[in-house]
Ligand binder design. Structure first.
Ligand SMILES: [Fe+2]
Length: 236
C-alpha cells in the first residue's frame, strides 16, 4: 500500500520493464497486489488522477499477464502535506488509497510535532483516515512514544518501511522500529519500493522477523490483513 511502481512519474520506477521486474520480485516474496502511491509533492511534476488510474489499469493487466494470475494495482498517492495539497484532498482532487477513506501522508522528516498533529487532525476532519508514511523518519517521533501516542489518539495510523527493520543488532534505528512493532503501534508494513536495488521490494529478512517474532494475528495484519481491510477484500 506504499510503493512507487508507476513508471516515469516520480523518483520511483523509470520504465515499464523496471516496474514489471519489481513486481516479479515482490510476487516471489508473497505480494499479491499493490496500491501505487506516486508522490503528490512540489518536488515532482503533478500527474492527473485520471492518468494515475489509467496507468494502474495498464500495469495491472501487464503484471497479471506476466504472472499468469490476477495481480491488481490500485490507484493512490503519497501526499506531501502542503496546505495546497490538503485543499486539493478536501476537494477530492487527490487520490486516497484505493478509493478508500485512508490517505497516505508525508511531511518533512524535520517537521515540528504541532505540524504533524495539525495535519492529521485536518485530514481526520475531512472524514478521512490519515496514514503517516514511514513513521520512523520523523525526528520528533524518534524515541518519543508520548508524541506518537498523541497522534494515535488523534486517529492516525502508522506505516513503516520494511527496509527499516533490516538492520542488525547494533543498528539503533532498526531496534527502535522493532520496539514500535512489538508494542503493536504500527498498522502497515510496506516496502515503499522505488527500484530494484537500494529501495526494492520487501525483503525476506523483514518478512521472517515479522512472521517469527510477533503474535501470528498481528504479524498477518501488518503484512496483509490491514491492507485487505482497507480494500474490503476477504482473506483467501
Ligand atoms: Fe514513498
Amino acid at each position: 500500500m506504499h510503493c512507487h511502481i508507476l513508471p516515469g512519474l516520480d523518483d520511483g520506477s523509470e520504465t515499464e520493464e523496471m516496474s514489471l521486474a519489481m513486481i516479479a520480485q515482490a510476487y516471489k516474496r508473497g505480494v499479491r497486489g499493490l496500491i501505487a502511491t506516486p508522490h503528490a509533492s512540489p518536488l515532482f511534476q503533478s500527474t492527473s488522477t485520471e492518468t494515475i488510474r489509467r496507468m494502474c489499469r495498464v500495469l495491472g493487466q501487464k503484471a497479471s499477464g506476466m504472472l499468469n494470475t490476477e495481480f491488481p494495482i490500485y490507484p493512490g498517492q503519497e501526499i506531501f502535506a502542503t496546505s495546497e495539497n490538503l485543499e486539493l484532498l478536501e476537494q477530492g482532487k487527490l487520490l486516497t488509497l484505493a478509493d478508500s477513506r485512508y490517505v497516505l501522508l508525508e511531511l518533512q522528516p524535520s517537521a515540528a510535532f504541532m505540524d504533524l498533529f495539525r495535519v492529521m487532525r485536518t485530514v481526520r476532519n475531512f472524514g478521512c483516515i490519515p496514514v503517516l508514511a514511514h513513521v520512523e523518519r520523523y525526528r520528533v517521533l524518534y524515541h518519543n512514544m508520548e508524541h506518537l501516542e498523541e497522534l494515535e489518539y488523534a486517529g492516525t495510523l502508522f506505516q513503516m518501511n520494511s527496509h527499516s527493520l533490516e538492520g542488525g543488532l547494533l543498528d539503533e534505528k532498526a531496534h527502535w522500529c522493532r520496539e514500535l512493532i512489538k508494542k503493536q503501534k504500527i498498522q502497515f508494513i510496506s516496502s515503499d519500493m522505488h527500484n530494484l536495488q537500494d529501495r526494492g521490494p520487501i525483503g525476506e529478512r523483514a518478512v521472517n522477523w515479522i512472521t517469527q517474532k510477533l503474535p501470528a494475528g498481528y504479524g498477518r495484519a501488518l503484512l496483509a490483513g490491514n491492507a485487505r481491510d482497507l480494500l474490503n477484500i476477504e482473506a483467501k
